[in-house]
Design a protein around this ligand. Sequence first.
Ligand SMILES: CCCC/C=C/CC(=O)SCCNC(=O)CCNC(=O)[C@H](O)C(C)(C)COP(=O)(O)OP(=O)(O)OC[C@H]1O[C@@H](n2cnc3c(N)ncnc32)[C@H](O)[C@@H]1OP(=O)(O)O
Length: 392
Amino acid sequence: MAGASGRVVRRWYPHVLRSFLQVPALQLHVSKTAMRASQKDFESALSQVKLLKDPGNEVKLKLYALYKQATEGPCNTPKPGVFDLINKAKWDAWNALGSLPKETARQNYVDLVSGLSSSSDSSSQVKPEADRKQRGYETLVVTSEDSITKIMMNRPAKKNAITTQMYNEIMLALKAASKDDSAITVLTGNGDYYSSGNDLSNFTDIPPEGIEEKAKSSAILLRDFVDCFIDFPKPLIAAVNGPAVGISVTILGLFDTVYASSRATFHTPFSHLGQSPEGCSSYTFPKIMGPAKAAEMLIFGKKLTAAEACAQGLVSEVFPDSTFQKEVWTRLKAYSKLPPNAMRISKQVIRNREKEKLHAINAEESRVLQERWLSDECTNAVMNFLTRKAKL
Ligand SMILES: CCCC/C=C/CC(=O)SCCNC(=O)CCNC(=O)[C@H](O)C(C)(C)COP(=O)(O)OP(=O)(O)OC[C@H]1O[C@@H](n2cnc3c(N)ncnc32)[C@H](O)[C@@H]1OP(=O)(O)O
């Protein structure tokens, strides 16, 4: 491992970049030996690349960020412009590493490559990503493999903020997953965030009928969206890869299992935004963590670390960020081999008696929010964010 110095990593770098910039059909692989390898060995690893599995943009971004941190230290370049999406995603990934020491970054890089390599080695018949990826989604990447349907929110440059289109696509993806032959379904995020919650620019798209109509249609969308989670019939797992905000946190109470990276945080700043709780959190959070802890989150907007969220029962288990993907997917692959009907039925037994109540709570929360969205408190908070005067 010590041999995997910056020198070797640098040889890797153009390859990672090319892959990230989506050279057609390019798929990524570095074997353990390539990390210590000569140029010749590395080139032979490169020739194996087309046979192996693409790790996905999230991993490629992580490799990029760790490489930069390991060789140059903390992010030291100006933030790219709004429209420079790829460079901005890369800058965000690097910047998110903060002051991580070069040595640690190098070690994390080596561990990540080693994990990728062993998971590639253990799957001899990997379908190209293009085959696994379901078409028709613009804000998500949806894949089905190993009896797992993975729904990945895919607006990393916007911290996976949930637009109206993304709400609709998540509902479509959940409906499809409820009928496909997968045993379990996983929701996760691409990039450094799990999700920053509702895209606040949703509020700017006012129809000719006026703001009341906008609030009404948003309340219907919210209710339909949350209903899909209440009714989802298979085990539903959240792989919280980074910070989570707003509705991406509240709906976690409707998941069966929540795995979090040690980098994840859980933030429901509803009062700050002049809003009120949704996602059935007004019921699930007090039930999960007790009313006093729930009030700190839902009324006062206290942000929890992953460890705190785990201690309070919102999160099932926390994994070190450097091994999060590897450990979570290994675990989920094992779970996905369990008898699917038994898992569905167990979920029904656990959840069904609450369903009616949850639908009623969802309806009530949506009704209250419809009013909040018309309040001055909410309008001012959204305007302050959109005009860059405020951030969480
Ligand atoms: C219809 C159903 C409605 C259901 C209602 C749900 C309620 C909620 O979900 S409330 C939670 C709403 N979310 C927020 O208030 C988060 C707002 N975002 C932030 O405070 C910050 O962006 C951040 C703390 C999440 C991240 O800060 P950081 O400095 O690291 O990154 P930024 O440069 O701010 O973000 C990058 C890029 O992404 C845009 N963005 C991030 N989050 C949102 C969002 N929620 N809505 C719209 N846009 C968002 C941000 O503006 C940046 O865009 P530019 O690169 O174009 O500047």
